[in-house]
Design a protein around this ligand. Structure first.
Ligand code: ADP
Ligand code: MG
Length: 369
């Protein structure tokens, strides 16, 4: 029944979460400028008072600024059962830097996000099924990021460069649970599957083990990068837990969950970066648009899914499409200067403008074609 219910809800679901406005942003709100708006539980949009226009988009679920971490988890919770039933699951947080991705996935320790809540649920189900099933978990943590060193990128990307220099040239995958965050690469196997040779997997038997792993991944990442903030906005971080569910020593179901805090989706054209930074930014956007293309293609049931356009989608190939379940949580800022392009004479303050609109557009493209 559980999976029947989920199937009815669809294998790809799109949520939108609008974070609360902060005091600094509140101080810059201008009467009459377009604002972010929501109605019912599943519509979000932009209200333009001057033009008296409202643009509504419909999603599977919309979380308003007052929504709690627990509410978001409630909607994502059935996916934990799917993993233990042998499905591959991806939960993505998408959005511009500062929109609430990390809050939604990792969250503060006082009010944790989906990572902790979903993994805690996995262990809860394991305990519930004890006696009937023997369930083992192992986890990996990776960051897929651009590199700032051209030399490093060249050495690492040579093989890729041959295939397509412009596309995946300076992407690097780091194993955050290996000493000094070892660099790895995605391998395309002869059977069309993809793997990351050398990626370490760590057995975890309780939530504390998971939290310890996530903690050391964070420390490892900090060591590998001088600027954690810019690093986190430029890279995708992926927590993967693989489960092996053996029924009374007989049939084994293998499932996997990927919890992904994506790189910031801000429009590079407007953010003023140039040179190497620009190249990285374009690269990030390429992998995000490659992800969007894959999801759109799956939603449209196209015969060919373009997994090979980025390492991110290659890495996640076995967890996107087919029998897998995907939840995309699109995070948005409600601040006016993020909602739409600023009108003439208004400065874009500290983040690029128009991003909330772009995110809603991305989200609705991922949902209906
Ligand atoms: P991102 O990871 O997308 O760059 P963050 O998750 O770091 O953004 O959020 C930016 C800031 O907004 C942080 O200070 C975070 O604590 C706060 N924030 C984000 N979402 C919420 C929320 N739903 N409730 C309260 N604070 C939030
Ligand atoms: Mg973040």
């Amino acid at each position: 029944l559980h999976n029947l219910v989920l199937d009815l809800k669809g294998n790809i679901r799109v949520f939108v979460r609008v974070r609360p406005i902060n005091p600094k942003e509140q101080a810059h709100e201008v009467p009459g400028e377009p604002t972010c708006d929501f109605k019912d539980d599943n519509q979000a949009g932009i209200f333009d008072e001057q033009k008296q226009s409202r643009k509504w988009y419909e999603f599977d679920q919309v979380f308003s600024p007052s929504s709690m971490q627990a509410q978001v988890f409630e909607e994502a919770k059935p996916l934990a059962t799917s993993v233990l039933d042998g499905f591959n699951v991806c939960i993505f947080a998408y959005g511009q830097t500062g929109s609430g991705k990390t809050h939604t996935m990792a969250g503060p320790s006082s009010d944790p996000g989906l990572n902790t809540r979903v993994l805690r649920e996995l262990f809860r189900i394991r305990d519930e099924r004890k006696g009937e099933y023997d369930i083992k978990f192992s986890m990996s943590v990776t960051a897929r990021s651009p590199t700032t060193s051209t030399h490093e990128a060249e050495a690492h990307g040579r093989r890729w460069a041959r295939a397509d220099r412009s596309e995946i040239y300076n992407e690097i995958i780091r194993d955050l649970l290996a000493p000094s965050a070892k660099k790895l690469d995605v391998k395309l196997n002869a059977d069309g599957s993809c793997s990351v040779p050398g990626l370490s997997a760590h057995d975890v038997s309780k939530l504390d083990d998971v939290l310890t792993c996530i903690d050391s991944a964070q420390k490892n990442r900090a060591v590998a990068s001088t600027d954690m903030n810019s690093e986190s906005s430029r890279s995708h971080s992926i927590v993967t837990v693989r489960t092996e569910n053996t029924f009374k020593g007989d049939k084994t179901y293998v499932g996997k969950i990927n919890l992904i805090d994506l790189a910031g989706s801000e429009n590079t054209g407007k953010s003023g970066v140039s040179g190497q930074g620009m190249k990285e930014a374009q690269n990030i956007n390429k992998s995000l648009s490659a992800l969007g293309d894959v999801i759109q293609s799956l939603v449209a049931r196209n015969p060919h899914t373009p997994y090979r356009n980025s390492k991110l989608t290659m890495m996640l190939k076995d967890s996107l499409g087919g029998n897998s379940k995907t939840l995309m949580i699109v995070c948005c800022s409600p601040a006016q200067y993020n909602v739409s392009e600023p009108s003439r004479g208004r400065l874009s303050l500290y983040l690029p403008a128009g991003e909330t609109m772009s995110s809603l557009n991305f989200a609705s493209r991922a949902r209906n074609v």
